[in-house]
Design a protein around this ligand. Structure first.
Ligand SMILES: Cc1cc2nc3c(=O)[nH]c(=O)nc-3n(C[C@H](O)[C@H](O)[C@H](O)COP(=O)(O)OP(=O)(O)OC[C@H]3O[C@@H](n4cnc5c(N)ncnc54)[C@H](O)[C@@H]3O)c2cc1C
Length: 403
């Protein structure tokens, strides 16, 4: 594997670095509220062709040809400078790629531009009480009545449901069809009458999760992605994007750097903790894991740049499984370094930051939050099953009711 980028790509990097010197903003622009500054710089990035690079211009992207190596360089440089690049939360990260693959022209034009601009926020309504790993057993129903779907039931663990303008979710529309065949993928306005969102408190102190109750909620008949009963297939595409996002090596590297900052700053016996042999051993061990994930990501990138999509799937699944475990190790080491300070640190109410800055609050928050990603988007046991069955060709695990 060739780990160098080549002169054409390095020239692109230099051009990008020049552009990124525009962040942080200066002068009067620096006095704008933070989210306004981010919006402005993201817009400049789209115009320059770096942000939402391969999304067609008519849907609000930069409209450039997709190139995994350019994309990686962009990811590296934006992460290094902390400049606001692609926002990859539920809307731009999960729904937009799904809409590009399965949406009608009208749906793409209506929903993608405001989502990329950050004006339309989304939440993901998949999980239900009793239907998490066995997602296809979901029961929340949608019945077509004239020109509307009428929805009844309950979702759970819906991240950011209170801020969202819309939900993309899975609903049982064909009660007489088989478990997987009876599901449709619908877009539901969160301000519709009959929706009740109730926050769930997490151990991080925040209330990012919610329960969402539907009582005769109406959404227009054409707010369906794909055809009736195709929701399961479409949700697989969204989940692939989600696993790819969760297993993001750049995020893992950022967490590792945060842990190093804590190790440099924390004093033990009058010396920085990073100089202590026991700590150095643990850091070296964790760094080995971090590098394994990064190298696997490079394997995936090489296969992708050769157009070998199927070769990408297995490393992608492995990265999600492995990097979420490595992030737990990194966060746990940072927490150990914080020692008593970490134990005594206040849990800040509604602190929804995933702070990689190496502050005490960021370190504690990361430790508490780090257990979530290995469950989100498909728990680790399920990832192992998929890798074993589809990747290694092992016999299928026993499933309840053929799920
Ligand atoms: C941070 C975070 C954010 C989330 N955000 C959202 C969101 O926005 N929208 C949404 O819809 N959902 C969201 N979820 C929910 C998430 O998708 C589910 O928690 C996940 O799919 C697991 O389902 P469950 O919680 O019902 O656990 P269960 O399915 O009950 O699993 C419990 C345990 O049993 C194991 N298990 C279950 N079945 C098997 C099997 N066949 N073989 C081996 N082991 C098995 C699992 O691996 C797990 O360890 C989020 C979760 C987290 C942690």
């Amino acid at each position: 594997m060739n780990l160098t980028y080549g002169p054409e790509y390095e020239a692109f990097r230099a051009e990008l670095q020049e552009f990124l010197r525009g962040w942080p903003l200066q002068g009067d622009e620096a006095k704008l509220p933070r989210n306004e500054q981010e919006r402005l710089f993201r817009k400049r990035g789209i115009e320059a062709g770096y942000v939402y690079r391969s999304i067609p211009a008519e849907y609000g992207g930069a409209g450039r040809q997709s190139d995994p190596l350019y994309d990686r360089i962009i990811q590296e440089e934006y992460a290094r400078t902390g400049a606001p690049g692609n926002r990859l939360n539920q809307g731009p990260g999960l729904l937009v790629p799904t809409l590009l693959d399965f949406g009608t022209e009208e749906q793409k034009r209506r929903f993608i531009p405001p989502t990329l601009a950050g004006e339309m926020q989304w939440c993901q309504g998949y999980s239900e009480p009793g239907s998490g790993s066995d997602l296809a057993s979901l029961q929340t129903s949608a019945r077509l009545d004239g020109d509307h779907w009428v929805i009844n039931g309950q979702k759970i663990w819906t991240s950011n449901a209170r801020e969202a303008h819309y939900m993309f979710g899975l609903f049982r529309t064909e009660p007489d069809a088989g478990k997987h065949a009876g599901i449709s993928y619908l877009l539901v306005p969160m301000d519709a009458e009959g929706i009740d969102v109730r926050p769930l408190k997490q151990m991080t102190g925040s209330e990012e999760f919610n329960e969402v109750f539907f009582n005769d909620v109406h959404t227009p008949a054409d707010h369906i992605l794909g055809k009736r009963g195709e929701g399961w297939t479409i949700s697989r595409a969204t989940l692939r994007h989600e696993r790819n996002l969760i297993g993001n090596p750049a995020l893992m590297r950022q967490q590792f750097e945060m842990m190093l900052a804590i190790a440099r700053r924390t004093e033990r016996g009058g010396r920085p903790a990073i100089e202590e042999p026991g700590i150095r051993d643990r850091i070296a061990e964790v760094e080995g894991f971090v590098r394994c994930v990064e190298t696997t990501n490079l394997r995936m990138l090489s296969a992708e740049s050769r157009g070998e999509a199927m070769q990408v799937m297995l490393p992608m699944m492995m990265i999600k499984l492995y990097s979420t475990q490595v992030m737990e190790r990194v966060a746990s080491l940072a927490y150990d370094l914080l020692g008593g300070d970490g134990l005594l640190a206040p849990i800040v109410e509604n602190d929804s930051i995933y702070d990689g800055s190496g502050t005490l609050r960021g370190g504690v928050h990361n430790f508490l939050y780090s257990m979530g990603p290995s469950i989100a988007g498909g728990a680790s046991n399920i990832q192992r099953n998929i890798i074993g069955e589809r990747g290694l060709g092992l016999p299928r695990d026993l499933r309840p009711s053929g799920g």
